[in-house]
Design a protein around this ligand. Structure first.
Ligand SMILES: [Cu+2]
Length: 196
């Protein structure tokens, strides 16, 4: 956890209730900010009924539940320690995909899936799912646009589609990897001003 208790013994002796209160409200704000961040990834009609989860503390661990939901989407906040803004709302096929991607495992997609990232994303490579910075040939994208992501069960279905964002339209990202998907640019949403 990022928020260590930096409480001196004197403060512990004389001001426990105040300190405990401050700590609690700070944690609540943290949670609310995460929920708000997660919900900013998709249209409100989807985000408002989605399950909200946090990223796992370590790969392979469970994603902590922040808010119960009732539709098939799960929204996740901006990733910790990343330079960009990359909250996302994922349906079930996309959640399978995300688990596999986080754990560097193969993924078996059996139906078409939608994933929303309407705040854009962290700078990333168009070819390497785990690149941490630009190289000569990893097609580094410095300012990923707000987008809808689409996965399909059979990657051969994507053959012949554009493979770079240069056209301004949809393209195939992370080609020749288990995590290949379509990126479709979308308008950026500001959920706080949206009504249904
Ligand atoms: Cu994305």
């Amino acid at each position: 956890m990022k928020h260590g208790l930096k409480v001196g013994i004197a403060i512990l002796l004389f001001a426990v209730p105040v300190q405990a209160q401050e700590q609690m409200s700070h944690m609540d704000m943290d949670k609310d900010a995460k929920i708000e961040s997660a919900m900013s990834a998709a249209p409100l009609s989807i985000a408002q009924d989605a399950t909200i989860r946090d990223w796992p503390a370590n790969p392979g661990e469970e994603m902590p539940l922040l808010k119960e939901g009732s539709n098939e989407f799960t929204c996740l906040p901006n990733m910790p320690d990343t330079p960009g803004n990359d909250p996302m709302c994922l349906d079930e096929p996309w959640m399978q995909w995300a688990e596999a991607w986080m754990n560097k495992e193969d993924v078996n997609i059996t139906q078409i899936g939608f994933g929303y990232m309407l705040q854009g994303g962290t700078p990333e490579s168009n070819t390497d799912p785990y690149a941490e910075g630009p190289t000569e040939d990893n097609e580094w994208m410095t300012d990923p646009v707000p987008h809808l992501m689409i996965i399909v069960p059979d990657p051969e279905m994507l053959e012949g589609l554009p493979e770079t964002p240069d056209s301004g339209g949809p393209w195939v990202m992370w080609r020749d990897t288990p995590y290949v998907h379509i990126m479709a640019p979308m308008p950026k949403h500001n959920p706080t001003t949206m009504t249904q």
